[in-house]
Design a protein around this ligand. Structure first.
Ligand SMILES: [Zn+2]
Length: 64
């Protein structure tokens, strides 16, 4: 797994960008696509960009 050359900074993240969990990078087209059910907890959402959604046949949560 390659790590980004720059350290992710939540304070300087541009508005409208989200972290795509599939290609592991920020994307302006990333939207919430999946809720990971966890044994103990509310679960976590994953964001995927338009390209990764097409490649992995992901459906945005808002369209479900
Ligand atoms: Zn992506």
């Amino acid at each position: 797994m390659a790590k980004p050359t720059h350290t992710a900074s939540s304070t300087n993240r541009p508005r409208g960008y989200a972290y795509c969990a599939w290609h592991r990078g920020l994307s302006q087209s990333a939207v919430l696509v999946q809720i990971i059910e966890q044994g103990s907890g509310p679960g976590a959402g994953l964001y995927a960009c338009a390209t990764c959604r097409a490649q992995h046949h992901l459906t945005p949560v808002t369209d479900q």
